[in-house]
Design a protein around this ligand. Structure first.
Ligand SMILES: Nc1nc2c(ncn2[C@@H]2O[C@H](COP(=O)(O)OP(=O)(O)OP(=O)(O)O)[C@@H](O)[C@H]2O)c(=O)[nH]1
Ligand SMILES: [Mg+2]
Length: 313
């Protein structure tokens, strides 16, 4: 093993947060040697509990993550936080708000926080997030919390890499539950109704129960509903207990492993697709896809034979 890499890995595994930051940047930005780094880190990963938290903008995800992180620290667990911010890169109220809250943790090396604002990055946001998760996991973090706005397919892909997915809803948003993407409802292992200090929490609960009665999960798990007021720290212990309860359920009958197999199946297909495409692009040379697209559009050649030519039969 390259000695720079090996000393980076030893430092990272010893809990050096600067080494951790360097490794994450290298993986996130695909610096040279990023995949060798991941190859060496992977055997050290697989121990952390990965929690995905998703919900509408402003539903209180960061506040909730912050409260959970504090609670896990009290239980002597080390925590890694990945805040995936799809729209605003490091500017604006959201991130500023996060920064202010996160200052609480700056003195505590047991919490490491990373913001990702890399939409359009090489390999895609979901891939980058999963690679960063592997680095945090290998660094020995006990719990990894991933915050993401529940709006699109990317977010669904991201939370799918989690062991446990928490979907956050809030009262007072009209037909809220109906408008949340169907895909998001389906991936929830636990529902949180945050901002339960507001009117309408019962109604949201009834709506979730209504949807649950229509579709039973294939593993038979009925996602529990937990009410919280994250800004006041209310309901956080109940949420942590519910998370632990689901974790226990996952450990039985090999469910956790089965879930990871499913996740890896998707990820391997994705990685393979990326790798093959990259290879084909390299073979064809810069700009050729554009040229070939023009030829197909002008009906100078058919796309079916063309793909066979490139990919082989
Ligand atoms: N009333 C009330 N306000 C809350 C509660 N939890 C969070 N808030 C407030 O809601 C606002 C948004 O909270 P955030 O934690 O930043 O929400 P978020 O979901 O992370 O927001 P984005 O990252 O922008 O999507 C903040 O002003 C919080 O103080 C709650 O339980 N009740
Ligand atoms: Mg947030």
């Amino acid at each position: 093993m390259n000695s720079d890499r090996s000393s980076l890995i030893s430092a990272l595994r010893a809990g050096d947060s600067r080494a951790l930051a360097r490794a994450i940047s290298s993986v996130e930005n695909r610096h040279s040697g990023w995949s060798d780094l991941l190859k060496d880190l992977f055997p050290h990963s697989g121990r952390a509990r990965v929690l995905g938290l998703t919900g509408a903008p402003g539903s209180g995800k960061s506040t909730l993550v912050d409260q959970l992180a504090k609670l896990y620290r009290r239980q002597n667990c080390t925590v890694g936080i990945i805040a995936v911010d799809p729209t605003s890169p490091y500017t604006g109220g959201v991130i500023l708000g996060d920064r202010i809250r996160m200052q609480d943790h700056f003195a505590d090396p047991g919490i490491y926080i990373r913001s990702m604002a890399t939409r359009g990055s090489l390999g895609g946001l979901a891939r980058a997030t999963s690679d960063v998760t592997t680095v945090l996991d290998a660094s020995g973090r006990d719990v990894i919390l991933i915050e993401t706005v529940g709006v699109g397919q990317d977010e669904i892909d991201i939370v799918r890499l989690a062991d446990i997915t928490v979907v956050i809803l809030v009262p007072g948003m009209g037909d809220d539950v109906q408008t949340i993407k169907a895909g998001i409802m389906e991936i929830a292992d636990i529902f949180v109704i945050n901002k339960s200090d507001r009117e309408g929490a019962e109604r949201v609960e009834r709506e979730i129960r209504g949807l649950q009665s229509l579709a039973v999960r294939k593993d038979g798990w009925t996602p529990p509903i937990v009410k919280t007021v994250a800004s006041e720290g209310k309901g956080i212990e109940g949420l942590a207990d519910t998370i632990a309860g689901y974790d226990k359920y996952l450990q039985k009958e090999n469910r956790a492993l089965r879930k990871r197999v499913e996740n890896w199946q998707d990820r391997l297909v994705e990685m393979l697709r990326d790798a093959m495409l990259e290879k084909a692009r390299a073979r064809l040379g810069e700009g050729s896809i554009e040229r070939l697209a023009a030829e197909v559009a002008e009906h100078k050649r058919d796309p079916y034979s063309l793909i066979e030519e490139i990919a082989g039969k």
